[in-house]
Ligand binder design. Structure first.
Ligand code: F6P
Length: 362
């Protein structure tokens, strides 16, 4: 059995641990299996850049961040666009899959990667996905590998910001990754003791944010910690098109700077913005993510052995399982407004800038 493996989209702690878990399962349980490493995500499959890997290539990478295969972003909507020769990227990937003699393609990636994996599967390729992303936004799995390491890093950032916030009596806005979803901001915000958490799923009212800041000051708290997701937006912005939002924010892709200026002006406080950015995706996976990655990687090996193609690995209620690619591709897992951790946050006085008060529902 000849298996191609690739990592696609943004890198993420745990990619190498998954690759290793998969390879070790394969070498131990599938006789005569061969693994071909495809370079730089779908880009490598499009251009036919791949090389056979040896068992020793998978050693010593359990705790190493990034991906030994390299990665790239390949927008889904361009996959079926034909070039001047009438050939699309999808055609090229199908051609190279055949040329490499693959029996199976294993794709490690996020929501976009899964969309393309679904497309390849619909087009007759044998594909197995494994859900990666610090955003934790893949539909059908409770957790993705990389998420918890990013929660650890973002929480540490918030912890460290606390000391400056308290010493200087400032309002600090920490912009956490998550363009479309707020899982990382919600979890690290609670774990880091944020006073205000702003996520894309709950558009905020800037006046409410200012009210909370002022209220804390009146209560004698001189500083404020605001965990704000990259994709957070005000109620007004949530009704706008992307371009209009960009103009309103003076060219900034995120709302953080303009909100910081607004708070400084309206609440008469000193504000600072901190953007940990790609630090949240960098470095070694935590022990939790090494375990999850090893479990997901080895389970993908089992799916390969059993010929369970057109699937992706998932974790549901702490049990490892799989979903059909066709059932999850193109769907995202947003933070539900009534999620348990939103309720927990509200119950201890954290606000989401929407003016809603905690109501006991359990
Ligand atoms: O999807 C993971 C993610 O880290 C998002 O949280 C973030 O918005 C995006 O990738 C950043 O992408 P890039 O590395 O291309 O700047």
């Amino acid at each position: 059995m000849k298996i191609g493996i690739l990592t696609s989209g943004g890198d993420c702690p745990g990619l190498n641990a998954v690759i290793r878990g998969f390879a070790k399962y394969v070498y131990n349980n599938i006789p005569k299996a061969e693994i071909i490493g495809i370079s730089d995500g779908y880009g490598g499959l499009i251009n036919g850049e791949a090389k056979p890997l040896k068992e020793s290539d998978f050693s010593g990478i359990l705790n190493v961040g990034g991906t030994i295969l390299g990665t790239s972003r390949q927008p889904f909507k361009q996959m079926t666009v034909e070039d001047q020769n009438g050939e699309s990227r999808l055609d090229m990937m199908k051609k190279n899959y055949k040329k490499l003699g693959l029996d199976l393609l294993v794709t490690l990636g996020g929501a976009g990667t899964h969309k393309t994996a679904g497309l390849l599967s619909e087009n007759g390729l044998n594909v197995i996905g494994i859900p990666k992303t610090i955003d934790n936004d893949i539909y059908g799995t409770d957790v993705t590998f990389g998420f918890h390491t990013a929660v650890d890093i973002a929480t540490e950032c918030i912890d460290r910001i606390h000391t400056t916030a308290a010493s200087h009596g400032r309002t600090m806005l920490i912009e956490i990754m998550g363009n479309k979803v707020g899982w990382l901001t919600l979890y690290s915000g609670i774990a880091g003791g944020a006073d205000i958490i702003l996520i894309p799923e709950i558009p905020y009212d800037p006046e409410e944010v200012v009210k909370t800041v002022k209220h804390r000051i009146e209560k004698g708290k001189a500083f404020n910690i605001i965990a704000i997701a990259e994709g957070a937006m005000s109620k007004e912005e949530s009704k706008m098109k992307k371009q209009e939002r960009l103009e309103k924010r003076g060219g900034d892709a995120t709302a953080t700077n303009s909100l910081a200026r607004y708070i400084a002006q309206e609440a008469d406080v000193e504000t600072r913005v901190v953007v940990p950015g790609h630090l949240q995706r960098g470095g070694n996976p935590s022990p939790y993510d090494r375990l999850l990655s090893t479990e997901m990687g080895s389970f993908a090996g089992k799916l390969a052995k059993d010929g369970m193609y057109g699937t992706t690995v998932a974790m549901e209620n702490n049990a490892i399982t799989y979903n059909r690619l066709s059932a999850i591709a193109g769907r995202m897992k947003f933070v539900p407004e009534d999620h348990q951790m939103i309720e927990v946050a509200r119950s201890i006085g954290i606000t989401f800038g929407d003016g809603k008060k905690f109501k006991e529902i359990r």
